[in-house]
Design a protein around this ligand. Structure first.
Ligand code: BGP
Length: 476
């Protein structure tokens, strides 16, 4: 197998709201994730016309406690170091730094927490990789300002980004501005803090919110490069390799269009600095009214493009507009029809390692920028055996197949700089709030109701990933 480049960033990825817990400790405010109920109905609840960010009595709120990382980060990072992590991707909880989001001064206690997390990483020679905003908008900004459709959020984000970039830029080289920014096409609640009752069903609001995020992202990139021009600022998208169901040109065209809208729209803006040529067609299709663009917006977007493209990759999708296909792939978060050539995870996400090589080539050819796979992995039910071991061979298989395709992508000429499998330690699922949907190399004894000791133990995949890293991907 191809040797991965020297200095390849092997690691793991998490997000603050899914593992820190301590949801109102040391001055932290609530984030949108704190009012998302646990359970398979989570996404349906957020998409319901009546949902208005209020908690209900009989629901569970697993993000409140996460896996208590706020208190256990030293032990957890030590385990990452034991696996040989070269980097650790985590996010900063915006509401720890600005509890409501619109304050003028940050909460020092929140900053101190990330001082410690970063110091702990560096002590173990782990490069921190930070997502500035990962599905955890301060709740107040969603409730009182209506989320990202409100222009004022650009200023709030810029202030927040300036605080964290200024504080940490000497120790942190790799940053991402927004997690899965393109995901709003399917789940605006997570990435934009907008739900039907605050206008998320009106695509005028979605496109306007995107515009605000693009301007905010460019402003953060500007701040970062002014602090240090060698900082690496990435966009972050959820990439789904998109196939036509068959050779019918009508389906091929529809697949191309879906690909443009989902995979390229946000990436084009971040990487090329301009709205792509298909923007008008796309906005028209979704019934969106023209954007409100302020003087200077297009210039800042043009001048402050990203240094690399970060993306998550879990599944591919299939387009059929002719009715030729028989099955609907219900489990696939991104919809589409069933791909008969693929198997699916326990949660119905269709597993497609070759699709990752296609993704790498597509993104690389289109943008000629370094790529960073910042999420990938298998959500699965794990069983603790009587002797305490967890034999997660299915996870090893999944990751191995994807790593093999990464190596082939590098042989194709792709400049791939790193790989951080999602949920390197078990954490709360974003789409379902479940603990039982596990991704980790490290098992956490905690169930969907929050019961358990929180004890960490190593799965079989822990030692497997350790030797993958030790051999720089030569031995998978
Ligand atoms: C991505 C998100 C993550 C993460 C992952 C797995 O979309 O960026 O936050 O959770 O998906 O998804 P889930 O937790 O729903 O299985």
């Amino acid at each position: 197998m191809t040797t991965f480049p020297k200095g390849f960033l092997w690691g793991g990825a998490t997000a603050a709201n899914q593992l820190e817990g301590a949801h109102v400790s040391d001055g932290k405010g609530l984030s949108v994730a704190d009012v998302m109920p646990g359970g398979k109905q989570r996404m349906a609840t957020l998409a319901d016309d009546t949902f208005n960010w209020e908690t209900v009595a009989d629901a569970t709120y697993p993000n409140h406690d996460g896996i208590d990382f706020y208190y256990t980060f030293k032990e957890d990072i030590a385990l990452f170091a034991e696996m040989g992590f070269k980097c650790y991707r985590f996010s900063i909880a915006w509401s720890r730094i600005f509890p409501k989001g619109d304050e003028l001064e940050p909460n020092e206690a929140g900053l101190v927490f990330y001082d410690q997390v970063i110091a702990e990483c560096l002590r173990h020679n782990i490069e921190p990789v930070i997502t500035i905003s990962h599905y955890e908008l301060p709740l107040y900004l969603a409730v009182e300002y209506g989320g990202w459709k409100n222009r004022q959020l650009v200023d709030f984000y810029e202030r927040y980004a300036k605080v964290v970039l200024t504080r940490y830029h000497k120790d942190v080289k790799y940053w991402m501005t927004f997690n899965e920014i393109n995901g709003a096409l399917h789940f605006p609640a997570l990435s934009m803090g907008m739900v039907p009752s605050t206008g998320s069903n009106d695509y005028t609001n979605v496109f306007q919110a995107w515009h605000h995020q693009f301007v905010a992202s460019a402003k953060a990139t500007k701040i970062a490069h002014e602090l240090n021009e060698t900082l690496q600022i990435g966009c972050m998208i959820i990439y789904a390799t998109t196939y036509s169901y068959d050779a019918n040109p009508v389906n091929q065209l529809a697949a191309q269009e879906a690909n443009q809208e989902f995979n390229y729209f946000c990436t084009d803006v971040h990487a090329r600095g301009t709205y792509p040529e298909f923007t008008q067609r796309m906005m028209h299709k979704y019934g969106a009214k023209p954007l409100a663009i302020e003087p200077g917006d297009l210039e800042v977007m043009q001048e402050h493009t990203v240094d690399y493209i970060g993306f998550s990759y879990y599944m591919s999708t299939v387009v059929d507009v002719t009715g030729a296909a028989t099955g609907i792939s219900k489990g696939n978060l991104l919809g589409g029809v069933t791909n008969p050539f693929l198997k699916a995870s326990d949660w119905g996400w269709q597993i497609d390692p070759v699709g990752l090589r296609i993704a790498l080539n597509d993104l690389s050819n289109r943008y000629q920028l370094p790529l960073f796979i910042v999420e990938n992995g298998l959500g699965a039910v794990d069983t603790v055996e009587a002797d305490g071991t967890i034999q997660d061979d299915y996870r090893i298989d999944y990751l191995r197949q994807h790593i093999e395709q990464m190596a082939l992508g590098i042989e194709d000429g792709v400049d791939l700089i790193g790989y951080t499998p999602w949920g390197c330690i078990d954490l709360v699922s974003a789409s379902t709030g479940e603990m039982s949907k596990r991704y980790g190399f490290i098992y956490v004894d905690r169930d969907d109701q929050g019961n358990g000791t929180n004890k960490r133990s190593k799965k079989k995949s822990f030692d497997w990933y350790k030797q993958v890293i030790a051999t720089n991907g030569a031995n998978v």
